[in-house]
Design a protein around this ligand. Sequence first.
Ligand code: G3H
Ligand code: 13P
Ligand code: ZN
Length: 309
Amino acid sequence: MPLVNTVDMFKKAYEGGYAIGAFNVNNMEIIQGITEAAKEVNAPLILQVSAGARKYANHTYLMKLIEAAMIETDLPIAVHLDHGDSFELCKSCIDGGFTSVMIDGSHLPFEENIALTKQVVEYAHAHGVTVEGELGRLAGVEDDIKVSAEDSCYTKPEEVEEFVSRTGVDSLAIAIGTSHGAFKFTGEAKLRFDILEEVGKRLPGFPIVLHGASSVIPEYVDTINKFGGSMPGAKGVPEEMLRKAASMAVCKINIDSDLRLAMTATVRKVFSESPAEFDPRKYLGPAREEIKKLVKNKIVNVLGCDGKA
Ligand code: G3H
Ligand code: 13P
Ligand code: ZN
C-alpha cells in the first residue's frame, strides 16, 4: 500500500471513538520498532518527523527507511512533518514525498497564524497532502526552543471555527494543559477537558490533535535513575486521560518522549549489566524490542486503533 494522507484515518478514528498514534522517528531502530508493533496489531500509523530529526537523519534516509517499513507492513502509513515553522520547510517536505504536514503558527498573532497556515494549506492540498494547524501554545521543549509555563496558553474555543474555516486545515492541535518533554506536571496531572469538549461542539466531526501526550512511563524513568541517569520528578499524562481524549474529538495523539525513554532506559540497562559491550546491535536491538513493546501497548491499551488498518 502506498503512503496515505490523514483524511481517511481521521474520519474513521472520529467515528470510531479512537485515536491514531503519531510517533516521532529519528532512525532505523525506532522506525522498525514502531512499524513492527503496528503490523502485529494491524493498526494505521502516523510516522512524524521534526525539523531536527530531518536534519539529524537526512530526508532521503528517513523516506527510504519508511518506504521499507511500508513494503514490510502493508499498513496505511502517513509521513507527517511535526511542528513545521515555515512555508518553505512545509513545501520542501511536500515536494519530498511527505503526505501530511503541520504548520505551527501557534506563537504568531491570530491573523498571522491564519495567513501562514492558509498559504501552506493551498500548496499542500494542490499536492494531495493534509495539513495540521495549531491554536494555543504548549509549554516544554521542541527542537531546543523552550516555552516556559508562563508563555504557554490554552486554546480559546471561540477562535477555532474562524481559524478552521479561513485556513482550510484538515486537523487542529489544541493546548489543554499537556506539554512537550518528560516533565509535564509538578503536582497532580490536570487537563482542561472542558476546552476539548467546547472545541468538539464548535467543530462537529473535525479531528483534534493532542501534542505532548507521552505518559512518561514510570518504569523507564526508574530504570534510567537506577542505572546512572537523573530524572527526578519526571511525569507525564496518565493513560486514562489519553483514553478519554481519544473517545472525544482527539484523533491524533503525539508520542515522542516515551520512545526516547524506552530506548535510553534499555541502553543504560545493557551497559550497566555488560560494561564491556561494544557491538551496537547488542544495545540497539534490545532498544528496538522495547520500543515495539511500548508501541503495541499504546495502540491496544491507550489509542484503541488496533485492528483498524
Ligand atoms: O514536539 C517535539 C518532538 O518531541 C520533537 O522533538 O524537535 O527535539 O526532534 P525534536
Ligand atoms: P511528548 O514530548 O509528550 O512525547 O510530545 C511529543 C509531541 O507532541 C511531538 O509533536
Ligand atoms: Zn508537539
